[in-house]
Design a protein around this ligand. Structure first.
Ligand code: AVI
Length: 322
């Protein structure tokens, strides 16, 4: 009989660490930054004066909620589905307006974290006792698939925060396609896209002097230390940001200050770094109308209306199925 060796099954994080740190150039996926500590650091980033994105989108939702709501099926009612609801701070502005005009709708926040949803549920009960809501825990697409036959009325799908910017164009198109597949002709996709602007403004948003963004980026290494028994010396790396004004791509790196070896016990892996060797960790894409239109058309979506922040830094687009 053949000896039976148990096949090793790796988690998505472990797979990303193995491939990302053994390839050249090295890379790690930014989606793994978001554990409890990463979530907290991202909250701090959103409150930084340099991180203009949050305030711009907040202003759009605050000042233009009536014009946005005109796109919703106020007569027949609608379901407002938010992918990645978080604390709902910006969405509450829209909920405020919708309650004021006594709109007939159900708010369906979707999040992977039950913890986040429980907190949001309590806040909604206290602040919006008259708003109908249902908390949906799960991955965006599992939930969207279930929702495609949920109700016969209009679906308004919200994706705020320029989260799409963390995807390369190819993956952004796939993301839009998956949403489009779950839409009917009357449905609306309302999504935030950070815009191209003065390059230094972008760099400053991803390179704060207090090192919050650096800590956020380094949380990837900390997670490897915590969860995979690694021995990364966080002080032996620094955060570096670049922005290419032609492509609109901001890139985050961790750069090794010296030649060093890192051991990751759980994966039985030794990783060697040369001095100045990089780990690419995140892209934060900035857009213009042409690029958004191109991405949307690749996913068979068309721009129905654009809502712009006063300074032009940020736009929310309403899309319909083509
Ligand atoms: C979540 N995402 C849209 C943020 C961004 O702007 O790319 C994540 C972030 N990275 C560094 N600062 C904020």
């Amino acid at each position: 009989m053949e000896p039976t060796t148990k096949p090793t099954t790796y988690t998505a994080f472990e797979k990303d660490v193995i491939s990302g740190l053994t390839e050249y150039p090295k890379h790690l996926s930014s989606k793994f930054i978001y554990d409890k500590k990463g979530d907290k650091l991202f909250q701090e980033i959103m409150a930084m004066p340099e991180y203009y994105l949050t305030e711009c989108e907040y202003d759009i939702l605050k000042n233009q909620s009536a014009a946005i709501a005109e796109k919703f099926s106020l007569k027949n009612g609608f379901d407002l589905i938010e992918l990645g609801a978080g604390d709902g701070k910006k969405t509450k502005l829209l909920l405020n307006h919708l309650s004021d005009i006594k709109a007939n709708f159900t708010y369906l926040p979707v999040d992977i974290s039950q913890n986040v949803l429980d907190e949001l549920g309590t806040a909604l009960q206290n602040e919006f006792p008259k708003v109908d809501f249902e908390l949906l825990q799960g991955s965006y697409f599992d939930v969207l698939n279930q929702l495609s036959s949920y109700n016969k009325r209009q679906k308004v799908i919200l994706v705020l925060g320029s989260n799409i910017g963390n995807l390369m164009h190819k993956d952004a198109i796939d993301f839009l396609k998956k949403i489009q597949n779950n839409m009917s002709p009357e449905d609306l996709l309302f999504m935030g896209f950070d815009q191209k602007k003065y390059p230094q403004t972008v760099l400053d948003a991803y390179n704060d002097p207090n090192g919050i963004t650096e800590a956020f980026n380094k949380n990837l290494l900390e997670r490897i230390n915590r969860e995979l028994d690694g021995n990364f010396d966080l002080d032996a790396f620094f955060h570096w940001e670049t922005y290419d004004p032609e492509t609109g791509t901001a890139k985050s790196f961790l750069v090794s200050k010296a030649a060093q070896e890192v051991r990751i016990n759980k994966l039985n892996l030794n990783i060697n770094f040369k001095s100045w060797e990089t780990i690419h960790t995140e892209i934060s894409q900035k857009y213009d109308d042409e690029t958004v239109e191109w991405l949307a058309s690749k996913a068979n979506l068309g721009i129905d209306k654009v809502f712009e922040s006063e300074n032009g830094f940020y736009k929310n687009y309403a899309f319909k199925k083509l």
